[in-house]
Design a protein around this ligand. Sequence first.
Ligand code: APR
Ligand code: PHB
Length: 389
Amino acid sequence: MRTQVAIIGAGPAGLLLGQLLHRANIDAVIVERKSANYVLSRIRAGVLEQGTVNLLHEAGVADRLRSEGIVHEGAEIESVGARHRIDFKGLTGKTVTIYGQTEVTADLMTAREASDAPTIYEADEVRLHDIDSRFPRVSYVKDGVRAEIACDFIAGCDGFHGVCRQSIPADAWQAHERIYPFGWLGLLVEKPPIDKELVYINHLRGFALCSMRSSHRSRYYLQCTLAERVEEWPDERFWRELSARLDPALATRLQIGSSIEKSIAPLRSFVAEPLRYGNLFLAGDAAHIVPPTGAKGLNLAASDVFYLWQALREHYRTGSNTALDQYSSRALARVWKAERFSWWMTHLLHRFPGATSFEQKIQEAELSYLFQSEAAQKVLAENYVGLPY
Ligand code: APR
Ligand code: PHB
C-alpha cells in the first residue's frame, strides 16, 4: 500500500490529523494497535480550549460538540475553606467547553468512517523503517500477515508508550522529565455535578477535583499515593474521602452513586525534543505529557496537530518545506508554556509528601496572592483558556 502520510495511533491526535488531511485532499492511512472500542473505552479529561473547539469546527466534526458542549466562563479554587472563582470570561474574554475526550474521539471516528479513508485497527508489531530517508515505510502484522505502507511522511501520534519516539536513535533526541510523588484516583458517576463549574481543591488531606462530563454525569478526582490500588477504594471510601476534602456547604450538595469507572493515573511532566527525526514527526502524548491539573493534554495534542496539518498542507500545495522544518520549534514553544502552567498548577494545589514548612508556606502565599490579585488571576485564566496558536 502507498499513501502520502502514515499516521500511527488512532487517539485524538491521529484521528484529528487524519480528518484535517482528508479535508485538504491529502491521503493518509491510520494504523492503530488496539480496536476502535478499546480506544473509546479510555476515560480522559474533558475541558476544551477555544482553539481546540475552533480546530474541531475546521475539521467538520463539531456538530455534537456545538449542541452538547457546555461553555464554562470560570472555575473555582478552594483552599483550606476559602473558595474563589476565577472569572475566565471577565479576565480574558474567553471560555472553555466541557466535552469529554471520549466524545471527541467518537465524533472523529464517525467522520473517518464516513470518509472511507483507511484505518487499520488491531495492527500488531508496528515498525517504522528508513525514517531518515525520503522513502519511509511502516510495517505491521494484521491477522497474522505482515503488511507494509510506503509513504512520504510518518506522523507519530501513538501516545506515550508508542513505538514512534522509540524508533528515533537515542543520540538524536532528548527527554526532559519530572515525576510527581502522587497519583490521581478518578471516579465517573451518572449523577449531576456538585456545582455549575469545576472546583479545584487544595486540602490538608490532599488535592481533590470536582469535574463533569455533562449535566448528569460527574467526574471526581482525589490525590492518592503511588502505592495505592483501585481495589482499595470501594465507592463508599471514595465518597467519604471526597466529602472530607470539600467544604461543608459544598459537601451537602454532593450526589453520590455507583461508579461507572474508577482508575488511578500517575502524574508526569515529559517533553521529547526535537519533535522531528527525518520524515517522522511526533505529536500529542507521543511527544509530551503533562500532569492533568489544568487539563492541557488533549489541547496540546490539538495544537501540535494544527501546526503539523498546516505544514503538510503547505508542502503538498506549494512544495515548500519551510513549515515542516519549523514544526518542532513552533509546536515546542507552545508545549513548554503549557508544561510550565500544568507544573505550576500541580504545585499550587497538591500536598507534597515531605514538603518542608518553607515549601508549605510558599504554597499558601501563592494561593493567598492568587485570591487577592486580579493580575495573578489573569495569568491563571489566560493559561487555562489556552494560549494562542
Ligand atoms: N502502534 C499503533 N498504535 C499505537 C501504538 C503502536 N505501537 N502504541 C500506541 N498506539 C495507539 C494507542 O492505542 C492509542 O490509541 O496510539 C494511540 C495514542 O492515543 P492517546 O494515548 O490518546 O494519545 P494522543 O492521541 O496523543 O492524545 C492526547 O489523549 O492520552 C490523552 O492525556 C492525553 O488528553 C491527551 C490526549
Ligand atoms: C476531567 O474532567 O477529567 C478533568 C478536568 C479538569 C482537569 C483535569 C481533568 O484539570
